[in-house]
Design a protein around this ligand. Structure first.
Ligand code: NAD
Length: 349
């Protein structure tokens, strides 16, 4: 056995009901005195920022980080001489903070309020009219993450489900990612177990903190595994769809994942067996579909607003982006069939 695994250089704390104290402490540890806050919902962020020396709270946050939005945020950071960033929100708020960090090197403290997991990766993404560009840079990895499940109690159930399945997708795609190692797989499998038990609790009792804590822990394990293993076919597909058509990120992941699992799993029976065990099912696909049913997950790209005529435009970029290491060779015919099945919401096969 030969592999090298790099752990993220990041402090992570779970602080249910204590985000304000934990965030203030993490900012102090950085020695920051002029913080730019990035938040999609100022009212939700305000209590978290109570002990933080905020010089400006920037609220122009948009999904998939449009380049113009990133440019304006960088200007605001410069105008206020910010020396650190605190983002409070979902992957879009974290993504905007990362875009600022990418060009300024400012350290980030992330306080996530969804299960997107961007806070645990060094991956940034930005979108313009040609689609989404992503890259990896150690400067964008938040120096500290504060998870407070009480901040997620108001995340609507449908969004919690989609976002939780985005985290499950990190686990599944990590299993065959281009730079996967056995530590990533161990984290991903534990992520599946934690999410498989936590997400149904969130649906049953959305205002109870226990399921939310499990979902955040699962989301973190998933993102660490994914960050190290690299982006597999599933993420390539979702990035192309999100960038070209502006589809909602988490819901797109939820719809596409069973189709990618159906394509890849038969080619990697040992990984399928291990994922099946984590899902407590006979196969990984059966386990995922059962979880989808239990959670009432979205099933079709059509329902997300994508037009059938748009599908062919996505095929070329997906084939071009797919790794040659994918368990089954990726070609235009397979991608077109997969996209069509996901668009229709057909049972994956
Ligand atoms: P989001 O951040 O856009 O949030 C979705 C919606 O939920 C928004 O309207 C937001 O205001 C609302 N919301 C967030 N937290 C809430 C709460 N606690 N209560 C009520 N409403 C709340 O969506 P997302 O799915 O979290 O993130 C998607 C973005 O993150 C995409 O741009 C995606 O590319 C990026 N992402 C990046 C990585 C990475 O590693 N770089 C990983 C995952 C996602």
């Amino acid at each position: 056995m030969q592999f090298a695994h790099a752990w993220p250089e990041q402090r992570v704390r779970f602080a249910t009901g204590a985000a304000a104290e934990a965030t203030a402490e993490e900012v102090r540890r950085l020695g920051a005195t002029r913080v730019m806050a990035v938040a999609s919902h100022p009212a939700r962020a305000q209590p978290v920022l109570a002990g933080v020396p905020v010089v400006v709270c920037h609220t122009e946050v948009a999904m998939h980080v449009p380049v113009a939005t990133a440019d304006r945020a960088r200007t605001v950071a410069a105008e206020h001489h910010a020396d650190a960033l605190v983002c409070v929100g979902g992957g879009s708020a974290t993504g905007l903070a990362k875009a600022v960090a990418l060009s300024t090197g400012l350290p980030i403290v992330a306080v996530p309020t969804t299960y997107a997991g961007s806070e645990a990766t060094a991956v940034w993404g930005m979108t313009d009219h040609d689609g989404k560009t992503t890259g990896t840079d150690p400067d964008v990895l938040p120096r500290a993450v504060v998870y407070d499940a009480s901040l997620t109690l108001g995340l609507p159930v449908a969004l919690s489900v989609a976002s939780g399945l985005n985290a499950v997708a990190h686990c599944v795609d990590a299993m065959w990612g281009p730079t996967v190692d056995p530590i990533d797989q161990t984290l991903a499998l534990e992520g599946i177990r934690t999410l498989r038990t936590g997400l149904p609790r969130v649906v049953e009792e959305p205002t109870e903190v226990g399921g939310r804590e499990q979902a955040l822990l699962g989301a973190y394990l998933a993102a660490v595994a994914f960050a190290s293993a690299g982006s597999g076919l599933h993420h390539k597909i979702c990035h192309v769809l999100g960038g070209l058509f502006g589809l909602p990120h988490a819901q797109t992941h939820a719809v596409v994942l069973p189709h990618v699992l159906a394509l890849n799993a038969p080619a990697v029976p040992e990984l399928d067996r291990r994922m099946a065990h984590a899902f407590a099912a006979d196969s990984a696909l059966a386990g995922l579909l059962a979880l989808d049913d239990e959670l009432g997950a979205p099933r079709s790209l059509r329902d997300l607003g994508l037009a059938e005529d748009d599908l062919p435009r996505a095929v070329g970029p997906i084939v071009a982006a797919a790794s040659s290491d994918n368990p089954v060779p990726v070609n235009a015919e397979r991608v077109a069939a997969l996209l069509h099945a996901a668009w229709e919401g057909k049972e994956p096969s």
